[in-house]
Design a protein around this ligand. Structure first.
Ligand code: UD1
Length: 424
């Protein structure tokens, strides 16, 4: 028998008020990995206190770094005594652990990193990471579930991705900073979290050009130095709260956010009937009447993020009419469909295309989190469902949303954390 946290939501309250958006999980994780590129003392601020950040801290500590996490700041001290291995036990709980591959290989000439394996919702290969490192001269073997990479010194290469992978761009970018010569990454990911990582690397003395474009040019240097940085705002957390405003018929102002980073979400929100107003670092969302159905296809940045697909589906479940949602980035990312249906949503799924017939209301029920963003969609649906929704296995949501129930309570939501006994 296990005891696990669950979130209980009583739907029906229009959420109103202000929230401060936390730092971006997907930016802080690669930035933490960057610290293995140069020994010394680093400080990162605006760090979200999340399970994934704690997992990355454990991984860094396991490899020999001193890590101290306090009040949204993290101090990391790396030294020469690095254990060049990321074990399965840590990598299996967080795929982003693969980010240590590039820095370890570039700085120490060796890395042994567990293969991340799949997700609850499908396979997530790392072939682009491996092929890129091989192009940079690494000798890579896969043995007993581990990537074992060696290189005397990586050399600059011309890498052109078939798919603009976020993780592969980040990993090769980090590796290329210490390679001999110039690396060009074509069809690179343009996600803000990659740009933030590149800027951090430049603050460490790297020479990266083309930041924010799909062509990154990196001139390798012999050494880098530590730096301090503040983490950018989490656009996915922001987008989730934007939907919370519209789905509950509320009025929420998000603070500490970059409106450019959520432009694709804002546009769709306005199409769905929200009134969106924004300033340099804030966005206000309030609703006017019933939600309109809006089709959506996920795409790489600056398109609509796949990390917001499940939340958009929760919103469309109570729209006035039918909509089509297509995930073109992760074709299998639909485990939330069955759980949303338990709350009364009318969704038909065919491969990576979901047809949602909006209903006038959802009804509370016990549901189960299956992954991080699926959990967020269930909480959003629970906020508008009649009656009580119990969302179990919330360890998924704790991976990526800082104090979610506290932030929602501050906006007037009836949501609380409790625990339940799971019989296995
Ligand atoms: C990152 C994000 C994740 C987000 C995703 C897409 C982090 C820690 N995670 O994940 O939240 O959902 O970007 O925005 O930043 N692919 C390959 N081979 C590879 C790598 C990827 O085929 O070697 C494919 C994937 O299967 C997928 C697509 O490329 O279809 C995009 O994946 P990728 O951008 O790499 O996602 P992650 O970096 O894993």
């Amino acid at each position: 028998m296990f005891i696990m946290d669950k979130l209980v939501v009583e739907g029906g309250k229009a959420l109103k008020g202000n929230i401060s958006v936390s730092g971006a999980k997907n930016a802080v994780l690669p930035m933490m990995a960057c610290t293995f590129l140069a020994e010394g003392q680093y400080r990162l601020d605006n760090v979200p206190m999340l399970k994934d950040v704690k997992t990355m801290s454990k991984l860094l500590e396991n490899m020999g770094a001193d890590v101290s996490l306090k009040e949204n700041s993290i101090a990391i001290k790396t030294n020469g005594h690095t254990k060049l291995e990321a074990p399965y036990e840590l990598v299996k709980t967080m795929r982003a652990s693969i980010y240590v591959l590039g820095p370890l290989l570039a700085r120490h000439g060796y890395a042994k990193v567990s293969l991340p394996g799949g997700c609850a919702w499908g396979p997530r290969p790392v072939n682009l990471h491996i092929e890129g490192m091989r192009k940079m001269g690494a000798d890579i073997k896969i043995e007993k579930g581990y990537i074992i990479a060696k290189a005397r010194r990586l050399k600059g290469a011309h890498i052109s991705f078939d798919i603009p992978s976020v993780g592969a761009t980040g990993n090769l970018l980090m590796a290329a900073t210490l390679a001999k010569g110039r690396t060009i990454i074509e069809n690179a990911a343009k996600e803000p979290e990659i740009s933030a990582t590149a800027k951090f690397l430049n603050a460490m003395g790297a020479k990266i050009e083309g930041i924010g474009t799909d062509q990154l040019i990196i001139d390798g240097t012999d050494s880098l130095h530590p730096a301090d940085e503040s983490v950018i705002a989490d656009r996915i957390e922001a987008g989730t709260f934007m939907i919370a405003a519209l789905i509950t018929g509320g009025d929420i102002t998000l603070e500490n956010v970059d409106p450019h980073h959520v432009a694709a979400i804002s546009t769709k929100m306005a199409d769905a009937g929200a009134i969106v107003t924004e300033g340099p670092n804030w966005i206000n969302i309030h609703s006017k009447g019933r939600i309109k159905p809006v089709d959506m296809t996920t795409a790489v940045y600056p398109g609509f993020p796949t990390d917001m697909q499940a939340q958009w589906m929760a919103l469309m479940s109570i729209a006035k009419g039918s909509s089509i949602i297509t995930d073109s980035v992760f074709l299998d990312r639909f485990t939330h469909v069955a759980e949303l249906k338990r709350l009364g949503a009318d969704i038909t799924l065919d491969h990576n295309v979901a047809v949602i017939k909006g209903t006038s209301h959802l009804s509370g029920a016990p549901v189960m989190s299956t992954d991080l963003r699926a959990s967020a969609s269930l909480i959003l649906a629970g906020l508008v469902a009649k009656g009580q929704t119990d969302v179990s296995r919330v360890y998924h949501i704790d991976r990526g949303y800082e104090k979610i129930e506290k932030k929602l309570q501050g906006l007037g939501a009836k949501i609380w954390r409790t625990n339940e006994q799971l019989i296995t």
